[in-house]
Each structure stands twice: as C-alpha cells, then as structure tokens.
Design a protein around this ligand. Sequence first.
Ligand SMILES: [Cu+2]
Length: 180
Amino acid sequence: MKNKTILIILGLIIVLGLAGYFFFQKSRSGSSSEFQLPQLPTLPEEFQPIQPTQQTPETATQPELTEPQIEQIQPQTQNIVIYTDSGFSPNTLRIKLGETVTFKNQSSRAMWPASDHHPTHRLYSGTSLAEHCPDTEGTAFDACTGIQPGNSWSFTFNKKGTWPYHDHLNPSFTGTIIVE
Ligand SMILES: [Cu+2]
C-alpha cells in the first residue's frame, strides 16, 4: 500500500514536470500575442495604496523657538516708584546703569522728586538747584518743578551709586535709588 502511494506521487511529479517543460517551451517559441500573462485585477480606488504625501510648506518652514527668541518676547521690567500721601513706594529701588525710573504721582498733592540733600540737591549732579534747574539735559536728578497728581516724571540714571532723594515740597518723604 505504501509503495503504491509513493509510485502515484512520483508519477504525478513526472507528469507535472513534463507539462511544465512543454508549457515553458511553448511560451518561449510562441509570439507575445499567443501568450499573455494574466493581468492582475485592479483594486478599487479606495483600496489603492496611499501615496506618501509631500511635506506641506507650513510644517517644513515653521521655525523652532529657541531660548534667545523666548527671552526677546518677554517684556522689559519697568522701574516705577509710586508716590502716594504716605510717601514713595518702593522706598528703595535697585536698577541697572542706564535704566529709567518713572515716579508716578498718585497722591492728592504735587510732588517734586529731587536728589539729596535738601535744599540744594547737589549729591547726584554736583550742582545746586539754582544751577541745574530747569534741567533740560536730563543730567540732574531733580524734577525742578512740582508734578501734579495724576502726572509722572521720569529720570534716566547714568551714574552708578546709591542715590537718596526726597520730595522737595515735603522733605520728610524720602527714598533711595541704587544704580548698579
Ligand atoms: Cu529739596
């Protein structure tokens, strides 16, 4: 029984091999019109393989935010001193050389910020009130006039040091600007 099965299998292999050989010979000698490879069935459009899409310009050119750019976006710190009926706040303010301090009058009366020492105001500029007012050059730490409620006065510090000041109209109100 086993031998018979083996014989049948061998026979099938031989027959298939011969058939394949003749088929191959025919396809080699025959013209292309006689023998055509079967065409693969075309897939419906929805089953077509997805073509890799090109990168859109938006994502391709989008710049990455770097740390220096983030720093540029951040607003500059403002140096503001508020003057109220109880005096200057903050009482001591540290700034960098070349920075500007804005004194805002939120009190009910006029203010006159000026460098110590009252009444001459010589400490910052080395000149007296009579010499440096009106301070058109912006070199004396002296408002040189009363600043009305709701108004403000700004001064740019171009000298390093500790600069005490007072309200010339109410000299008991004092403060200090430290320029580093
Ligand atoms: Cu004064």
